[in-house]
Ligand binder design. Structure first.
Ligand SMILES: *[C@@H]1O[C@H](CO)[C@@H](O)[C@H](O)[C@H]1NC(C)=O
Ligand SMILES: *[C@@H]1O[C@H](CO)[C@@H](O)[C@H](O)[C@H]1NC(C)=O
Ligand SMILES: *[C@@H]1O[C@H](CO)[C@@H](O)[C@H](O)[C@H]1NC(C)=O
Ligand SMILES: *[C@@H]1O[C@H](CO)[C@@H](O)[C@H](O)[C@H]1NC(C)=O
Ligand SMILES: *[C@@H]1O[C@H](CO)[C@@H](O)[C@H](O)[C@H]1NC(C)=O
Length: 529
């Protein structure tokens, strides 16, 4: 009786929520879209009441939060030069394949340097050399920085990796996700091929890409070991790099395979948190905008080309064309407008503003169409809220995003530079009046949101799970410890092949022997006769 009571008490204590844990987030990335994903994870944990400390090397847009301490450990200007050069290059038109590889390699080199400097930055070093608080967990933004797991080793805490999208092959390797190249499309960071097929040519191409990534992965591991030794090698009490890698308890990745595909096997340590950066409940709109949108009885078009594309880039003629078409719509139009530029007109159906809560506008039931530059964030939000799109991509990843969006049947894409009044009007009418786009994107939205735990709930549940059990090492797939031969059973196949070959040889000898003896007997019989 008493035992039972004690047992239930223990179980209760064991499973009780973790309150006010100290969680450290390290994000040495310069990419705002990567940072947004990592920050959304950390904010969910801070909202839950945990004491969150975040170190970044770029300024973040995160609003001040009671439970978040932000520390900045910026990269040196010299390092940033390499990164900026890459961004500049990718702003131009689509580079040649070889060029893409070359500039990707220079980018990786700069990233590695930034990651290494970050670990040795006084602000970061202070955290692991003289910790002022007892940390319970490390969340590490993942991109060519496995060696930073040494910090988890120094602090003696489990680590969770945060990855921003569909896992690439070397991300899968951290937890042992099985990547079968015969049907799982390989995603690489040079050319994104996510279309699924099983044709012969496709599989050959896929296998080849997979082998390239595997080779890259081996090289990456080599570099990581080197950086680990350099960063932590002076401390003789440190565990080895291979042991530090075992600190990984979970991999969070910003993807939802049930709706986004492809269907593929994953291990228990890989947790999908697709859409973590999207607000689950829209905030109420500013009053002026709320009136404008609530009263849009015919619906509304939301027109935004993001923050990086300045209206001053455009020929005045192009703006005039867009204005002419939008001002003649029955629907109301919300137009993201740079205040410093004079407006093209005062049409009563258009609301101009330079600051617009994109997510909340897309969540409004009256929003019928999103005209967008096809940035990743905007497209994801429109997909989440089921709003069909007309894409006007300009540079960087925008054309690719627009293509993928169009291939999924969520809208159409047009070239901004060759736009005229007729083509724009036709495009708008097509997306508004052909129900196929709306139906597709609504169907996707329904699938995307239908889950046992929302992205935020998943983050909180699984993070607390790791802390409750002091690491989720028991979830670890045995595959991560297997060598190449064992992983693909090559040794077993080799032995089987050998046994088969030996038995064939024995069989042939036996056969020969039998045939010879029978024949010899016959011959000798024949002789006697
Ligand atoms: C901060 O954490 C406390 C508990 O430690 C919690 O009560 C509070 O709601 C959190 N603050 C915010 C803004 O979420
Ligand atoms: C929260 O973390 C910060 C370090 O980032 C620390 O200074 C502070 O004391 C912690 N608060 C609590 C209540 O542990
Ligand atoms: C390790 O020690 C060597 C020699 O004392 C020193 O030059 C180097 O900077 C140290 N490395 C780190 C990462 O502290
Ligand atoms: C617009 O709608 C709001 C409700 O959101 C209502 O209070 C307001 O009177 C309406 N205004 C106009 C000008 O239609
Ligand atoms: C719009 O209205 C404002 C005043 O309400 C006026 O100053 C401006 O010239 C008008 N713009 C156009 C293009 O008509």
């Amino acid at each position: 009786m008493v035992n039972k009571f004690l047992l239930s008490l223990i179980v209760f204590v064991f499973l009780s929520p973790v309150w006010g844990a100290n969680i450290l987030g390290l994000f040495s990335t310069f990419s705002p879209s990567h940072l947004l994903v990592h920050m959304s994870i950390m904010k969910s944990l801070a909202d839950q009441g945990h004491n969150v400390t975040i170190v970044t090397n770029c300024k973040t847009k995160l609003a001040p939060h009671d439970n978040i301490t932000l520390i900045l450990a910026p990269a040196s200007e010299e390092r940033m030069k390499g990164v900026n050069k890459f961004v500049e290059n990718s702003m131009q038109r689509k580079p040649h394949f070889i060029q893409a590889i070359f500039s990707t390699l220079t980018l990786i080199y700069s990233i590695l340097g930034i990651q290494y400097d970050f670990v040795l930055h006084p602000q970061v070093k202070d955290i692991y050399e003289n910790p002022h608080v007892k940390y319970d967990l490390l969340v590490l933004g993942y991109l060519f920085n496995d060696f930073q797991l040494g910090i988890a080793a120094k602090l003696q805490v489990p680590a969770i990796l945060s990855w921003v999208g569909l896992p690439l092959a070397f991300v899968d390797d951290t937890v042992g996700n099985v990547y079968d190249p015969s049907y799982v499309p390989i995603v690489s960071f040079v050319t994104e091929t996510t279309k699924q097929s099983t044709g012969l040519w496709w599989r050959m191409h896929n296998l080849f890409s997979w082998i390239m990534l595997k080779i890259f992965s081996v090289g990456n591991d080599f570099v990581m070991t080197f950086l680990y030794k350099h960063a932590f090698g002076n401390d003789s009490s440190m565990i080895s790099y291979d042991e530090a890698k075992e600190k990984v308890s979970l991999l969070f990745y910003n993807y939802h395979s049930q709706s986004e595909g492809p269907v593929r096997p994953t291990v228990p340590q890989s947790i999908e948190i697709g859409g973590i950066q999207i607000k689950e409940q829209p905030d109420s709109l500013p009053q002026e905008l709320a009136y404008f949108l609530d009263n849009a009885t015919d619906g509304a078009i939301f027109f935004s080309l993001g923050t990086n594309i300045k209206l001053t880039f455009f020929e005045p003629q192009l703006l005039e064309t867009i204005y002419q078409v939008l001002s003649h719509q029955q629907l109301r139009v919300i137009w993201k407008w740079d205040d410093q530029v004079p407006k093209p007109g005062n049409a009563s159906n258009i609301y101009f503003h330079n600051w617009l809560p994109q997510d909340d506008i897309l969540a409004h039931p009256n929003t019928k169409l999103f005209i967008t530059h096809a940035g990743k964030g905007g497209v994801a939000e429109a997909q989440y809220h089921g709003v069909p799109m007309l894409a006007l991509p300009v540079f960087a990843d925008q054309p690719g995003n627009a293509q993928l969006m169009m291939a999924s049947g969520f809208g159409i894409s047009m070239d901004l530079l060759t736009l005229n009044k007729e083509s724009l009007e036709k495009g708008i009418q097509e997306v508004l009046n052909n129900p196929v786009y709306r139906n597709n994107v609504r169907k996707f939205s329904d699938l995307y949101r239908d889950r046992p735990l929302t992205a935020r709930q998943s983050v909180i549940y699984w993070t607390e799970y790791v802390m409750r059990h002091k690491g989720a090492y028991h979830l670890r797939s045995p595959i991560v410890k297997l060598g190449f031969l064992a992983r693909y059973n090559l040794d077993v196949y080799a032995i089987l092949l050998l046994i088969f070959a030996c038995s064939m040889i024995i069989f042939v000898f036996l056969l020969r022997f039998l045939v010879n003896t029978i024949l010899l007997k016959r011959q000798s019989k024949a002789k006697i006769n």
